[in-house]
Write a protein that binds this ligand. Sequence first.
Ligand code: HEC
Length: 145
Amino acid sequence: MFVKIVCMTVAGMAILLAFDTPEERGKDLFVRRCSGCHALDTEKEGPRLRGVYGRQAASLRGFAYSDALKKVTTRWDDAGLDRWLSDPDTVAPGTDMEFRVANRDERKALIAYLKSLAGTHGGYLHVSVGRTPWSARVPLDPLCS
Ligand code: HEC
């Protein structure tokens, strides 16, 4: 019974999220604009982007970043991603990413989408309780399928 309620709640949340939130718009833009070079969980011409929000720039082992981006040591946040997406060269002159998103609202939506993925890995939901230093990973698929 409990499991059923959890599944229904998760499904309900998914339905709510299906409305046109900035995240949904960002997801759509991501598929159209970024997915030629980026995937969420595998490296392509660009590095995988799930969890990039909050991650230190150029920090994935196994991806051959340009020397230009390797010099950037900050973590990706709203301001950093906004600058990056408007013109990657202003953040890392000489970077390998030659792509810009000129429209401010589109950048905002993309960042909202990347942010919404920050705490997720595959089918897991990260749950942390208050300020306690531990968190639990709750796999959703086995419960709900
Ligand atoms: C033409 C290919 C291409 C497109 C299109 C592209 N990227 Fe990239 N992206 C790259 C490459 C290549 C890198 C690595 C740059 C380097 O090492 O200098 C990169 C790096 C990044 C990084 C830094 C990742 C890290 O680990 O530090 C972010 C964030 C990013 N891209 C976001 C996006 C988003 C969002 C879009 C869509 C709006 C996008 N990119 C579109 C090729 C692309």
